[in-house]
Write a protein that binds this ligand. Structure first.
Ligand code: HEC
Ligand code: HEC
Ligand code: HEC
Ligand code: HEC
Ligand code: HEC
Length: 259
């Protein structure tokens, strides 16, 4: 019983990994040997980007050991400035990995799911043609912050360009984006409640099977967040409905266990 549940759980994890859904890889977790931040923090008076450093230090990237070289390249093994900056290009240079047109590939090397979907968007197509009007990853997430927008924040972001006074007025898009993100936030709240209840389950077998059900309920939510990067929300409602149904079933099983 235990082993089949575990087998099911681990095969689910394999599926998740194959789909690129098992979270950003802990790639380049090498900050302990990256000298870039050490030197930049050591020289506050000559520092060219104090705000940027501050935001990095508060970001999920800093917490996950994603160092400066992960986005800027260069040689993180040396304190010698010339060597360290070999290959580091200003963000104004179109070949720089942090130029707005290169960010999808740079960020996408770790965040595969959002990147794959972003590549299917009109925004990406226009970005590739050098169109300055369309958003890139940093428009919504900040250059280094890795911040997530609230539903209202996202609506405002879309409306900046697609609102009645924007450069490409399509007011419906902004409202749709808010509704989608509200839906995602609701399911995640219920999932979070379920997760806390599952943690309290003493019986190991039961807990593991509930954990498997939890993962299954979470899949369509993860997919919806990523697929949102196409900015066309047609199939997302179904995904959210599936997630809602699975979460509701999970919560009722937690509250009224089957005999
Ligand atoms: C020995 C200290 C030192 C090290 C090591 C160092 N930096 Fe710098 N960096 C500086 C200073 C000082 C400046 C500003 C003056 C200048 O442009 O040379 C700078 C400038 C920069 C810039 C701005 C370049 C531009 O064209 O505007 C970037 C980006 C950067 N560093 C990233 C990095 C990365 C990534 C690493 C590691 C691979 C790194 N730095 C390692 C001290 C350092
Ligand atoms: C997650 C990616 C990412 C990480 C990590 C990151 N940066 Fe940046 N950085 C950017 C982007 C994108 C820009 C472009 C300007 C902007 O959008 O604000 C930038 C701009 C800069 C600039 C201004 C010069 C320019 O080319 O525009 C400096 C200097 C800099 N970064 C240094 C650093 C240092 C030092 C670290 C490590 C403490 C670091 N960055 C970590 C993405 C990153
Ligand atoms: C127009 C705004 C917008 C742009 C542009 C955008 N995103 Fe997102 N991103 C979002 C929203 C909204 C979410 C969902 C946030 C939530 O669930 O709270 C999200 C979620 C994420 C997440 C967390 C969820 C996950 O699947 O890991 C990552 C990582 C991410 N985006 C990376 C990227 C990358 C990389 C790019 C560029 C290729 C990008 N985003 C472009 C709005 C945007
Ligand atoms: C070297 C790999 C790497 C690169 C490059 C990278 N990230 Fe991340 N990012 C991570 C890791 C690791 C985390 C923390 C774990 C997580 O939340 O997925 C993270 C967290 C995030 C989050 C928060 C996700 C959440 O669910 O809370 C966002 C948003 C994000 N990154 C966007 C970006 C953007 C935009 C860029 C490019 C400017 C970028 N990242 C570049 C590895 C990377
Ligand atoms: C920085 C400006 C900017 C932001 C922010 C922005 N867009 Fe766009 N978007 C554009 C431009 C420019 C176009 C191309 C002109 C057009 O098709 O309206 C476009 C095109 C689109 C298209 C393709 C339309 C088609 O017919 O193929 C969709 C869908 C879209 N945006 C949705 C969104 C959503 C949803 C958001 C918020 C999550 C958003 N956009 C945020 C500038 C932006």
């Amino acid at each position: 019983m235990v082993s089949t549940t575990v087998a099911r759980l681990s095969s689910l994890m394999t599926v998740l990994a194959t789909l690129g859904l098992a979270g950003a890889p802990a790639a380049l977790a090498q900050l302990d040997r990256s000298r870039c931040a050490d030197c930049h923090f050591a020289n506050p008076y000559t520092e060219p980007a104090q705000q940027h450093l501050h935001r990095w230090s508060l970001s999920p990237h800093q917490r996950a050991d994603v160092g400066c070289d992960s986005c800027h390249r260069g040689n993180p093994d040396t304190f010698e400035s010339l060597q360290a900056h070999r290959g580091v290009l200003s963000s104004f240079n179109p070949s720089s990995p942090v130029h707005r047109t290169q960010l999808p590939a740079t960020c996408g090397s770790c965040h595969v799911g959002p990147y794959v979907n972003f590549q299917a968007s009109r925004h990406h197509e226009l970005l590739g043609q050098g169109d300055r009007r369309v958003p890139t990853c940093s428009t919504c997430h900040g250059s280094v912050d890795g911040r997530l927008l609230s539903p209202q924040g996202l609506e405002r972001q879309c409306a900046e360009c697609h609102g009645p006074d924007g450069i490409a007025p399509r007011p419906g898009r902004a409202a749709d984006a808010r509704l989608l993100l509200e839906g995602i936030a609701n399911v995640r709240e219920s999932l979070e409640a379920a997760r806390r209840l599952i943690e309290r389950v003493r019986d190991g077998d039961r807990r593991r099977s509930l954990e498997a059900a939890y993962l299954q309920a979470e899949v369509p939510v993860i997919e919806a967040r990523r697929a949102g990067h196409r900015f066309v929300f047609d199939q997302l409602e179904e995904r959210l409905e599936t997630a809602q149904e699975r979460t509701a079933a999970l919560l009722s099983e937690l509250v009224n266990p089957a005999p």
